[in-house]
Design a protein around this ligand. Structure first.
Ligand code: FAD
Length: 436
């Protein structure tokens, strides 16, 4: 490790490595510091009882900034696309989300009473083409203006909880409409073959081959700021504290983490106010299930409607059997917390998730068992901020940027949003930072 670089990146999540890939490609000297022993942050994998389990995301989106980052450095993008991608279940009935545009309209025509979906779609068309709803209205209250059909409300709740990881009474209608505008009909999901770590380690390897340096077990203790300008970081590695100079620092530690590292006193008051008042993580509970036969037939994701909690079930091993021991299958079941803001009873969230699984899969107890049940919140949430309530990528400290899912672009979520922030920050740096 040298003591001076053009750019230091704190954290190796999709945002951190995505930015590194773009910046080494154009010739900047780049150092990535990751405090954990593995790369990828909430898109990495661990071995557990012969299963490969993700530290967060299971499914990625193809064709956007994430995939582009891999191609830029020539890293393998080995993924498998399920077909059908997403299925919905209402009671005993299952529907496929029709691919491409118009899928939502067709879904609502299957789900609600005749004519009810059309009322919502008409309002949505207006919101998409004319004026977006204000940020003051929840998605649930916005839908309630047009229908009281319980299945349609159930659909919006499940959809919202699955994509935003918060409930329809919590998300704003504005954020939802933005999502439909930006990504509606465009998402193509895929599973990383062999799990997320193989994909992210492959990206890191190509970054290093192109001259970037990446260290794990290297915790940044402090972002160094002088007269409103970032000047480097203090990192702890192998028991030593090393000061590293940098012309720019990109933090993937989440906006709150960045403020902790640089010290509140270094930030403008309006930025701190915005962060304190709007930045809220989205919590979730996840149940990892091992079974001796697949519990669902189709190879992608299932969005069950009208459950107590469960909103997103992922079935990766039909397409990627290597993620489970021979003869075994893996399924994951996620839920948004009943109340995303309060200190919820974490055990209850898991209990309700498992109760839903028993209802959804009548043979659950005879063929499946819970491998692991986890709650994601605090510093390890689904997203660092509620969709639509993000901070900007630039901070008030010159040349200090954030990347990741606390500074999402409106309308984007998850891995793809983190990769997009990396693209935006890298492009800004390329405009501003002359190469030495
Ligand atoms: C249960 C769950 C399921 C999800 N499912 C999906 C999904 O299916 N599809 C999808 O698109 N998204 C999904 N997501 C969201 C997705 O995982 C995240 O949006 C994305 O991974 C966030 O990436 P990031 O760039 O913000 O970085 P992160 O993944 O947060 O990585 C940041 C890294 O910075 C490191 N770091 C922090 N502080 C320091 C420090 N001081 N020094 C050094 N290193 C530091 C951390 O250790 C970490 O490795 C899911 C998330 C969870 C939790």
């Amino acid at each position: 490790m040298r003591t001076s670089y053009d750019i230091v990146i704190i954290g190796s999540g999709v945002g951190g490595l995505g930015a590194a890939a773009r910046l080494v490609t154009v010739g900047y000297s780049v150092l990535v510091l990751e405090k954990m022993p593995l790369l990828g942050g909430r898109f990495a994998s661990m071995e557990y009882k012969g299963f490969t389990l993700s530290t967060g995301a299971e499914a990625l989106e193809c064709g956007g900034a994430l995939e582009e980052a891999f191609h830029l450095v020539g890293a393998p993008f080995d993924v498998r696309k399920p077909s059908p991608d997403i299925m919905y279940r209402v009671g005993e009935r299952e529907f496929e989300l029709p691919p491409g545009g118009g899928g939502l309209r067709r879904m609502l025509s299957f789900i609600g009473k005749p004519g009810e979906g059309d009322k919502v779609m008409l309002a949505m068309k207006r919101a998409l083409q004319w004026e977006e709803p204000s940020k003051g209205l929840s998605l649930r209250d916005w839908v309630a203006q047009y229908t009281s059909d319980p299945d349609i409300h159930g659909f919006f709740q499940a959809f919202c909880a699955a994509i935003f990881a918060i409930n329809s009474h919590e998300a704003t209608a504005w954020a939802f409409i933005r999502f439909i505008k930006v990504l509606g009909g465009k998402i193509v999901h895929a599973f990383p073959s062999h799990g997320p770590s193989v994909l992210m380690d492959g990206l890191a390897k190509r970054i290093e081959e192109k001259g970037g340096e990446i260290f794990t077990k290297a915790r940044v203790k402090r972002i160094l700021v002088e007269e409103g300008l970032v000047r480097g970081v203090l990192v702890e590695k192998d028991g030593d504290q090393i000061e590293i100079d940098a012309r720019a620092v990109i933090s993937n530690a989440g906006p709150r983490g960045t403020v902790r590292l640089a010290g509140r006193e270094s930030f403008d008051r309006s930025y701190l106010k915005l962060m304190d008042e709007t930045l809220r993580p989205t919590p979730s509970a996840g149940v990892y299930i091992a079974s001796d036969r697949p519990l669902m037939e189709h190879p992608g994701c299932l969005m069950p409607i009208g459950t107590r909690r469960v909103c997103w079930i992922v079935n990766p091993t039909t397409l990627c059997p290597e993620l489970a021991p021979r003869g075994k299958h893996l399924m994951l079941s996620f839920n948004a917390f009943g109340d995303s803001l309060s200190t919820t009873n974490l055990e209850d969230e898991i209990r309700l998730n498992i109760q839903d699984l028993r209802d959804l899969f009548p043979d659950f107890d005879s063929h499946a068992k819970v491998l692991m049940a986890v709650t994601f919140h605090g510093d390890w949430p689904v997203y660092h901020s509620w969709p639509g309530e993000d901070l900007p990528q630039k901070t008030p400290i010159e040349n200090l940027y954030n990347v990741g899912d606390g500074v999402k672009v409106p309308g984007m979520i998850g891995l793809e949003s983190a990769a997009e922030t990396a693209r935006l920050v890298a492009e800004d740096l390329m405009r501003r930072l002359v190469k030495k």
